[in-house]
Design a protein around this ligand. Sequence first.
Ligand code: NIG
Ligand code: FE
Length: 422
Amino acid sequence: MNVDLLIHSAAQVVTCASPDGPKRGKAMRDPGLIPDGAVAITGGKIVEAGPSADLRARCTASQEIDASGKVVCPGFVDPHTHVVYAGDRVSEFEQRLGGATYMEIMQAGGGIASTMRAVRQASEEELLAQSRQRVEEMLRLGTTTLEIKTGYGLDVENELKMLRVISGLQQALPVDIVPTFLGAHAYPPEFQGDHEGYLELIVAEMLPAAAEWYAKSPFPRQGKSFYCDVFCEAGVFDLEQSRVVLEAGRAMGLRPKLHADEFESLGGVSLALEMSAVSVDHLDVTQPGELRALAGSDTVGVVLPVVNFHLGSDKFADARGLIDAGGVLALATDINPGSAPCPSMPLAMAIACRFQRLMPAEVLNAATINAAYAVGMGRKLGSIEPGKQADLLVLDMPDYRHLVYEIGVNRVETVIKNGMVV
Ligand code: NIG
Ligand code: FE
């Protein structure tokens, strides 16, 4: 058979294959290994993965990559990011090292509000340029698909500016982006004494403007949904306010997602389940009963261990419990200037192994196939299976477990997006 690209002689092809939906329970321990493997690609799609000798005998390829001594795996999917932002919060980082907490800094007018000021001040071009550098870094670290949230504009004009930057990144870079509206990330200063007024603004103006942006954006044609997320947290958006925003979003075609249980448990997981959210994210302090209910649902639990690491907290989400109870677990970086200034999925995976007692195969599945399901793209990408989009990585290592064993290095040698080396 004639193919465009044949990657062959890999020490391991790690497929993360899961033809019947996301991986749960014991299936998470299976990385889908093909020793001495090869992958054949045509028209940007995977044709076949199998033993190298077999594929080399049957394929004539226009281009070949010899992956001897290396690992081939799916491109990483980062299903929870705030990568569009301006400026940094390095001074707040130092304040926290001196003893202030994330929530204290936020309540004193810093935190999300300080990034909001930087985003409002930045021109669209500046915001795009700064964000682009970070997404390029993510790509070098192996992320080929990522979700991006708004939530630092917090008024109609600046939330729309963030959405246009998200389209700009999609146009400029060889990655797949899935957009999420997070107008309910914090209350902006102009609504500090009028939270109901801000909710009204979200429902009456921001969401309709966001829905209109999406309809004209490239994302519907790419088969990508538009999501609506809320920071459901004590002192931010409570359960009822979260419900109002998610329901209004859903009425305008935005599918629900939720930040829940990062610091305090308000019942956000139950709300996410009631609304059949595609994912519910953070889960650091989720009650055992809600975790069991999540495990029995199709909602993906997304954990963000870089946040715990960066905040110096040992309250990691019970990812082990979620897998063992049969739930769908995914991993993300949460890249943002306050709680996770980190573009690296391998670092998120390495922390999850050490502090959440996950196995290398489990974190790899959580960072690829299950992460793809957390952004509604699991049927199209996230694993090395015939018919799927050819998003893959060549890793300079003899065994995939080095991905999480070694820390602080980047072993991603080649990134292939849609069948093209980038
Ligand atoms: O996921 N928790 C809310 N949002 C982000 C933090 C955003 C920020 O601090 O700028 C998070 O951790
Ligand atoms: Fe977040």
